[in-house]
Each structure stands twice: as C-alpha cells, then as structure tokens.
Ligand binder design. Structure first.
Ligand SMILES: Nc1ncnc2c1ncn2[C@@H]1O[C@H](COP(=O)(O)OP(=O)(O)O)[C@@H](O)[C@H]1O
Ligand SMILES: CC(=O)OP(=O)(O)O
Ligand SMILES: [Mg+2]
Length: 409
C-alpha cells in the first residue's frame, strides 16, 4: 500500500476530504459533503476506485457529515486502518496569534482551537470536533492542525493593524488574522510556473471566491494584504456573510432594532451576503434567478462584483501594479460569468480575456487572458487538501512541532 495522508477540510457549509497518495499527490479517495446545516437535503459525494457514490439527505451539522463519510470508507473501502495513512491533517480556519505554524492534535491543542472559535464562529468548533472524532478512530497515527491564518501571520504590520484603540486591541487580541491562507499560498505558488515568470518580484492577486470568499495581494510569494480580518467576516461579499460593512450598523441595530449579540452574529454571518440580498447563497441559484429577470438577484450579483473590483484596485495600488490575477474556489473555478464581469470592469486598464478559454471547463490550471492583455488572468483549482497533506506529512516526519509538542503525545 502506498503511503497516504488523510485530510479533513471543514468549510462553513461543507467538508472536503481526501486520502492523498503521497507519491503521486493524487487523491485515492476524494469527496465532498455540501449544504451542511441548510434547510432541505445536503449532498454527499464519495469517489474511490473510479466509482462515484452520492447520497442526498439532511445534514444538520459537520459531525453528522463526517461520521457519514467514515461510514462510506467502511462500506466502499478502503479500510482506514489499512490504508497506509502516515498522517491525518485537519484544516482549521483560525489560529490567531497562538498558531503561526501547524500543530500536532492533542487534548491541549484541541482545546486551544475551540477557544479560538470566538474568532471564527462558523469554522473552529466543527474543525475541533472533527479532530476529536478522528483521534478516537486513529489514535496511533500522527494528526495535525493546519491553520488558514498561518500564511497571513507574516502580513506587514500596517496591513494587520486596525486603527482601533491600541490598549483595547492588545487586551482583546484584535488584529487582522486573515483566512484561506493555505489556499492563497498554494494557488499563488503555482502562478509563476503557469505564466512562465520568476516568483521573485511577481506581484499578484489571488481571488479565493467560494461560499466564503477572500482576496490576497502577494509580492514574491509573501502576503502584502488580504481581505479577511479578525474573523472571516470582513472583506468580499460571501454566500451568507456581509463582508465589509460600516461597524456603526451594529450600534444602530442594537439601539433601534434591539438586537442582541447572537442575533447580530447570525444576521451578519449567515443571513446576509448573497442570501440576504436575494434569498440564495449559492451563486448557481443567483444566476438562475438573474436569468429569470429577478431584480434582487441582479443587484446581489452586481454588489458581489463591485466589491471584488474594489479590492483589486486597492491591492494593485498598494503593490504598485499587478502581474497576475488568479481566480480559485467554487465560484472562481467554475463561474465564467463572474470572471467575465470582473475582467470587463478591468478592460480600461488593458485586461483582456479570451472568451472561449473563459467559458471552457477544465480542472487544469490555465491562463484565460489574451496574449496582449496587460495582466495575466488565470484560473487555478485550489487544492487545500494536498497542501495540508504535504504540511502534516513534513511535521510527522520531523516528529516535533513549533510549540514543542511531540508526535504521539
Ligand atoms: N458551477 C458553478 N457556478 C457558479 N458557482 C458555483 C459553481 N459551483 C460552485 N459554485 C459556488 O461555489 C460555492 C462553494 O464554493 P467552495 O469553495 O466549495 O465553498 P466553501 O469551501 O466555502 O464551502 C457554492 O456555494 C457556489 O456558490
Ligand atoms: C474562512 C472561510 O470562509 O472558509 P470557507 O470558505 O471554507 O467557509
Ligand atoms: Mg473553502
């Protein structure tokens, strides 16, 4: 049996998982749990040995989804106890200032991940529970957390600091941590080879737009800025999240709508964004409504694109130019309409896309701009699972993490 790593990637509304063959870097098993916590049926996909198994049923929470996936491993194989697993990786969105690097999973780090859930309310809780479930199932295999925020730990201070009262910010650890960092680093890392330019000096923007969405600015592979902040609420418009909004809206709603903190949290994190503007968080459904002439859906789409343009302008100015803009994640990889809307708005700056290339579906990294475009426009499927598999395998081999935790402790 080949050496493998099992990776669990819990998103706000989904779990992606892969059993990665460490030699070929391919997913031997791969799959998806979608629409977790939504009214109606959720959706499972389990791919192994050239076969695809699917199931539709309500999925109330991430734990239910993960346990069902473990049931698929039992039913369809391979047996996880004999699958050559040398490491298990768990994606965690928020590592705060506590985790600038990956960490082994143990009782202490699980508790630390749970404590950080205040800074990623939709993510850290389910991610910690996922680690508990897997630790029980595979107690003898090294397991590690890989944090979305780690890549952005190197942000310049001017980008990570809010202009909030210094004492309050320090006491309550309020700064910009960013998220989706594993994806931004991975995707940004593939761009130089794709466009045939050296990584050194390359100025690029990565747009990770899925259900959660964020943008990063990178020079020579190092992050200069990102759109997510203290939590994954800041920045771009998302499936259910507002993205940027004047924080005074909170004072206004407390004073005038008498909302409490939990109601506000739910309003901003789940009932806003595309869902709040037109009733649907999934971009495919937004497009279907736009095609029927729905005005709310059209406005939702326009607000979504407007915000992306705002960040492209911001980041380009900060970097003093941009060489490449790359689309990734659920919307970025699949949605030629959003890509075209964004690129058309950049036409005055010499950005040109090849419409046929843009409309072509592919799982391969590709350039969709024309040769005479002023900026390379790329589409690169993210693979957070592969990036996490590589990081946890390296950690398992090293035997000790950056915090002195040893494998097996
Ligand atoms: N073919 C498609 N066209 C447009 N949008 C799509 C398509 N496929 C997926 N999406 C969008 O991608 C989102 C999921 O993105 P993903 O990156 O998997 O999300 P997350 O990791 O945040 O759960 C869906 O909610 C939907 O909006
Ligand atoms: C940070 C975040 O929003 O993650 P996801 O897109 O996977 O929900
Ligand atoms: Mg995601």
């Amino acid at each position: 049996m080949a050496k493998t790593a099992l990776v669990i990637n819990s998103g706000s509304s989904s779990i992606k998982y892969q059993l990665v063959d460490l030699d070929s870097q391919e997913g031997i098993v791969s799959g998806l749990v979608e629409k977790i916590g939504e009214a109606g049926d959720g959706h499972y996909v389990y791919k192994y040995n050239g076969e695809k198994h699917e199931l539709e049923e309500p999925i109330p929470d991430h734990e239910t989804g993960l346990k069902r996936v473990l049931g698929f491993f039992k039913e369809f194989g391979p047996d996880l106890k004999n699958a050559g697993i040398v490491a298990v990786g768990h994606r965690v969105v928020q590592g705060g200032s506590v985790f600038p690097k990956p960490a082994f999973v143990n009782a202490k780090t699980i508790q630390q991940v749970k404590d950080l859930a205040v800074l990623a309310p939709l993510h850290n809780g389910p991610e910690a529970i996922g680690a508990e479930v897997m630790l029980k199932l595979l107690p003898d295999v090294p397991q590690a957390f890989v944090f979305d925020s780690s890549y952005f730990f190197q942000l310049p201070e001017e980008a990570s600091t809010y202009a909030l009262n210094k004492q309050v910010a320090e006491e309550y650890h309020i700064r910009r941590y960013g998220a989706h960092g594993t994806s931004h680093e991975y995707v940004g890392g593939l761009v130089p080879a794709l466009i045939g330019k050296p990584a050194e000096g390359l100025k690029q923007i990565v747009l990770h737009v899925g259900n959660g969405a964020s943008a990063s600015a990178q020079i020579s592979g190092k992050p200069i800025d990102t759109s997510m902040g203290l939590t994954p609420l800041e920045g771009l418009v998302m499936g259910g999240r507002t993205g940027d909004i004047d924080p005074a809206a909170v004072f206004h709603l407390i004073r005038n709508a008498h909302m409490d903190v939990d109601q506000l949290d739910e309003l901003f994190n789940k009932k806003s964004g595309l869902a709040g503007l037109c009733g649907h968080s999934d971009m495919r459904e937004v497009h279907a409504l736009v095609a029927e002439g729905d005005k709310d859906a059209k406005l939702a789409l326009d607000v979504y694109v407007h915000r992306i343009i705002k960040y492209i302008g911001d980041f380009t100015a900060q970097m003093g130019g941009v060489d490449a803009i790359t689309f990734t994640a659920g919307v970025g990889e699949n949605d030629d309409i959003v890509r075209k809307m964004v690129c058309d708005r950049l036409a005055p700056f010499g950005v040109k896309i090849d419409e046929e290339k843009n409309a072509t579906r592919s799982k391969d990294p590709r350039i969709i701009s024309t040769p005479d475009s002023s900026v390379f426009i790329c589409v690169i499927p993210t693979n957070e699972e592969l990036a996490i598999a590589q990081k946890v395998t390296a950690l398992a081999e090293a035997g000790v993490d950056s915090y002195g935790n040893k494998v097996g402790e």
